[in-house]
Design a protein around this ligand. Structure first.
Ligand code: HEC
Ligand SMILES: [Cu+2]
Length: 298
């Protein structure tokens, strides 16, 4: 059962091949909740394995029970008080233990308060892409969330506030944290302990392009994270060799929907494009950010 589930989960990696995403995603770890690398995800994974084990045990007891026609009579226990007690007490105990372990995980995930030293991100779900604002750092980006590595001896967790510009989306990066609906007042946090790029997906049907609403979380080592923050805060550079393209962008409808800081484009409907070329993918993980794909997209 474990194997079947781990094989089913990465279904997200095997489509959209024509845009290069199949291969690009296949290079990343399968987004399996059974291979967690961040604090709440570890708790959730342990809980899931526990629930699976108990389910398997119950299934085995039913599936492999003595069949009719196998001849032998089971011992007749009618009116046997110890047996009656046992088959009442044992299920009660199982349910009780399940409640306790579940409550423990729910508490670990939900009771955490944001410590003063942490990264704050505001996640805004859009049909059909992700906006990531870092209000305290003055950064806005899209679809590829960068977070710092959190060393247990020197923790630096990331706290996410989830909101939506339209319908209900669901933010899910199985290896980092639990699945959480993108509804105002919902929050979640992650404390990743392994550097890498982790795949995620909008997990709530949110319209026709829902399946193309992927996301990536890049966990950066601390020095790389600092560099990323510094570069993302910069405005677009003034490069005369691309001046004509800049003029086309600045003088057409693009500026109504996109921000490019330093170019006077202030539209907020679409993704912030100031640091578009620092992103590996286009259009919420639907295509690789190559020159050909970018051209085709525009
Ligand atoms: C009506 C609003 C609108 C206009 C006008 C518009 N865009 Fe967009 N653009 C969007 C939206 C919304 C998305 C996100 C689509 C998605 O990811 O599914 C987007 C995505 C993009 C992306 C991919 C960004 C990313 O991070 O994935 C690029 C590049 C882009 N637009 C460039 C342009 C250019 C260049 C123009 C002008 C020729 C333009 N757009 C005009 C709304 C607009
Ligand atoms: Cu969605």
């Amino acid at each position: 059962m474990f194997l079947v589930l781990t094989l089913l989960v990465p279904a997200v990696t095997v489509y959209a091949d024509d845009w290069g995403m199949g291969q690009a995603n296949a290079r990343l770890a399968h987004p399996s909740m059974f291979r967690p690398v961040s604090t709440p995800a570890q708790d959730i994974s342990t809980l899931a394995v526990f629930v699976l084990m108990v389910t398997t045990a119950i299934y085995s007891v039913i599936r492999f029970r003595a069949r009719p026609g196998d001849g032998s009579e089971p011992p007749q226990l009618y009116g046997n008080a110890p047996a009656e007690f046992a088959w009442t007490a044992v299920p009660v105990l199982i349910v009780f233990v399940l409640i306790l372990t579940t409550a423990r995980s729910v508490y670990t995930v939900q009771a955490a308060r944001r410590p003063p030293r942490s990264v704050a991100v505001r996640v805004v779900g859009h049909q059909w892409w992700w906006e990531f604002q870092y209000p305290e750092l003055g950064i806005v980006t899209a679809n590829e969330l960068h977070v710092p590595l959190s060393d247990p001896r020197d923790p630096l967790p990331t706290f996410l506030e989830l909101t939506s510009a339209d319908v209900v989306h669901s933010f899910w990066v199985p290896q980092l944290a639990g699945k959480t609906d993108v509804i105002p007042t919902n929050v979640m946090w992650m404390e990743p302990q392994e550097v890498g790029t982790y795949l995620g997906q909008c997990a709530e049907f949110c319209g026709t392009q829902h399946a193309l609403m992927l996301l990536r979380v890049v966990v950066d080592p601390r020095d790389q994270w600092d560099r990323w923050v510094a570069t993302q805060r910069e405005v677009a550079i003034e490069d005369t060799s691309v001046a004509s393209g800049r003029d086309v962008f600045a003088s057409t409808a693009c500026v109504n929907c996109h921000v490019v800081r330093g170019v006077g484009a202030n539209g907020r409907f679409g993704p912030d494009l100031t640091h578009l070329m620092s992103r590996e993918t286009l259009a919420a993980g639907a295509a690789l950010n190559t020159t050909a794909n970018l051209k085709a997209w525009i």
